[in-house]
Design a binder for this molecule. Structure first.
Ligand code: CA
Length: 221
């Protein structure tokens, strides 16, 4: 799950990137408002962590413009202590949640999981697809109640498919959710991970739609 982190404090930005990666997200980190808008225009993020006090263009302005374009992706704003106006301004301009600095990384990760889940139309924490159950918080996956061991990328890929069942996803869309700017994407890796998922969950868990991409069929039960 690709997340845009916009934070101009280098220590906090670095900590956010490390912490979110440990929680299974794929974060890209930008430290100013103009750069954030460029990233948002060119990459498909599932959520944004947005500092309010930013150089070149404030977080509030970035948020205002994003909503003016009709973009719905979840935005969690970060504000300094004692800045009630920033929190109110952020929520009034379309932020979905906020955290006041300093905050715990575990709380940020939990709030992001909840935002992403709700933006997909679900309040249930676990994703269920037939006999497969995936818990985004604990990173556990089971098939018919039996734990299945997955690598971090296999887990992320399965999660993307489960959140988009019934939709054909192109290889590029899958790569965007699996790899950040700093990741080295070898060729054919998506195909390799899909091969692993089929071996672990059955051949039909993900279908190839020739020339278009891949599909986890909607449940028919
Ligand atoms: Ca700042």
């Amino acid at each position: 799950m690709r997340i845009l982190v916009v934070e101009d404090d280098p220590l906090l930005g670095d900590a956010l990137q490390v912490g979110l990666r440990q929680s299974g997200f794929v974060p890209d980190w930008i430290s100013d408002g103009i750069g954030a808008e460029h990233a948002l225009a060119t990459t498909d993020y599932v959520a944004v962590v947005l500092d309010i006090g930013l150089p070149r263009r404030s977080g509030l302005e970035v948020l205002r413009r994003l909503r003016a374009e009709g973009r719905q992706l979840p935005v969690l704003i970060l504000t300094a202590r004692d800045t009630l106006e920033d929190r109110i301004g952020g929520l009034d301009n379309g932020a979905d949640d906020y955290l006041v600095k300093p905050f715990e990384m575990a709380e940020l990760a939990a709030r992001l999981r909840a935002l992403v889940r709700r933006s997909g139309g679900s309040s249930q924490p676990n994703l269920v697809h037939g006999a497969i159950e995936l818990d985004p918080a604990s990173h556990r996956v089971s098939l018919d109640g039996q734990t299945v061991t997955l690598s971090a990328k296999e887990f992320s890929l399965l999660q993307v498919f489960m959140q988009n069942s019934g939709r054909v996803l192109s290889r590029q869309q899958l790569e965007e959710q699996l790899y950040g700017w700093d990741d080295d994407t070898g060729s054919n890796t998506i195909e390799v991970y899909i091969h692993h998922l089929r071996r672990k969950f059955g051949r039909d868990v993900v279908r190839t739609v020739r020339g278009v991409g891949y599909l986890m069929p909607r449940e028919t039960a």
